[in-house]
Design a protein around this ligand. Structure first.
Ligand code: PLP
Length: 414
């Protein structure tokens, strides 16, 4: 008899964004005349840039001739892309990196979700709260948690990220029993917060002391403007021994539908097995990827490599500047209306303190203005009382949304 993986029963019935989408559909049905503006899900709205599109087309054209056709590529990604990533994203920024330490993939969602497969079922895991839900749900599916009780899974350690710690958790929050795996994400989804070098260094020190591993998600690195904010965990001395970094072309270059990302695993990084033996994390992930993944399509990798040309770099800077200007406008309006918020300066997300239940605020904003945000509670218990506003939309839509918000919420009608 075929039976299910019972761990799936522990998952919350629907993924946050499916719930939102259902609410939006219901709203549209009952208000057919309403024009809905989506500032909820973090999906980009602007087209791929000209240099990227040109390379994408060239890649497709190459596939049309036997002489330049390519079938299966290397599972780890083509060398032409891995070399560019290593050079521009790391070496030019002062971090040493071997292109072989870069694993190209079709998404940071898959990579951050799949990575836990490499670890024992009984490791202790720390996740931020609020959190990008993929880190949590994939560990639930793998059986590393108990049931969901009062908004949290038993067995996981939640790193509370609140106004008091500027939404940056610290190892001091942990009790004396060490954790083995730590998920960190900066600039953060959903709070938009960034961590300083000292804050990241504290985590690296913790991981070194306890032989733990940090999974550092920097999917939003492209939005960092403050030169003092670290762009990579590998800027922290010692991090190469204890950290893996995930990056994505999704928000960096508008690839949410095109799909390209990468994971960096330093060769120094080792994890323990039974009998005190140590194993190279790089080799383990290589083994995993070569078994379960067959690479990203050639034209997509060509397009991703074009991001690193001088024109490509200029164009993606312009794209992120555009969204950051949206973010600035959103934050300004919310501040004017008396709402305290964070993010939006080195991040495309603005985390707004609503002063009420976050689903209630979400529902009321949708009902009154037709604007879709994301209720903070959907990201964890510490998200209660907040909404996340995304800056990913066209300027005219953002401006229209802000007019509606001003008309309906101001002066601060909490
Ligand atoms: N990591 C974080 C923190 C994200 O917010 C997202 C997407 O929203 C991803 C990873 C997924 O990126 P990708 O589109 O590369 O799968």
């Amino acid at each position: 008899m075929i039976r299910i993986n019972e761990n799936y029963q522990k998952l919350q019935s629907s993924y946050l964004f499916s719930t939102i989408s259902k609410k939006v559909q219901d709203f549209q049905k009952s208000h057919p005349e309403a024009s809905i503006i989506r500032l909820g899900i973090g999906d980009v709205t602007r087209a791929l840039s000209p240099t990227v599109i040109r390379a994408f087309h060239e890649g497709v054209d190459e596939l049309s001739q036997d002489a330049t056709f390519r079938g299966y590529g290397p599972e780890q990604g083509y060398a032409f892309l891995r070399e560019k990533i290593a050079q521009v994203d790391f070496i030019d920024q002062g971090c040493s990196l071997d292109p072989e330490e870069v694993f190209v993939s079709d998404g940071a969602k898959c990579d951050t979700g799949n990575f836990q497969e490499l670890f024992a079922p009984d490791i202790r895991i720390a996740v931020p709260d609020p959190v990008y839900p993929v880190y949590v749900d994939t560990n639930v599916m793998a059986g590393r948690t108990g049931s969901f009780v009062k908004g949290r899974y038993e067995g996981l350690i939640y790193l509370e990220s609140t106004k008091e710690n500027r939404y940056v958790p610290s190892p001091e929050q942990l009790d004396s029993t060490p954790v083995d795996l730590i998920y960190l994400c900066f600039p953060n989804n959903p709070t938009g917060a960034t961590a300083t070098k000292e804050e990241l260094a504290a985590w690296v020190k913790y991981a070194q002391k306890h032989q733990a591993l940090i999974l550092f998600d920097s999917a939003y690195v492209q939005f960092i403007r403050d030169p003092a904010i670290p762009r990579s965990i590998f800027e922290i001395p010692g991090a190469r021994d204890v950290a893996v970094e995930f990056r994505s072309f999704s928000k960096t270059a508008g690839f949410t539908g095109t799909r390209a990302a990468y994971t960096v695993i330093p060769k120094e990084c080792v994890i323990s097995g039974e009998n005190g033996k140590t194993y190279s994390l790089h080799s383990l992930w290589n083994r995993r990827q070569t078994t379960k993944f067959n690479g990203v399509s050639y034209p997509v990798q060509k397009a991703a490599a074009a991001v690193y040309s001088p024109d490509g770099q200029k164009e993606i800077r312009e794209l992120s500047d555009y969204y950051l200007e949206n973010a600035r406008l959103i934050r300004l309006t919310m501040t004017d209306l008396g709402y305290s918020s964070t993010g939006g300066d080195n991040s495309p997300y603005i985390w707004v303190e609503t002063g009420k239940d976050s689903w209630e605020f979400f529902d009321s904003l949708l009902e009154k203005t037709g604007i879709v945000t994301t209720p903070g509670a959907g990201f964890g218990t510490c998200g209660e009382g907040y909404i996340r506003i995304s800056a990913f939309n066209h300027r005219d839509k953002v401006e229209e949304a802000l007019v509606r918000i001003r008309n309906n919420l101001g002066p601060n009608k909490k």
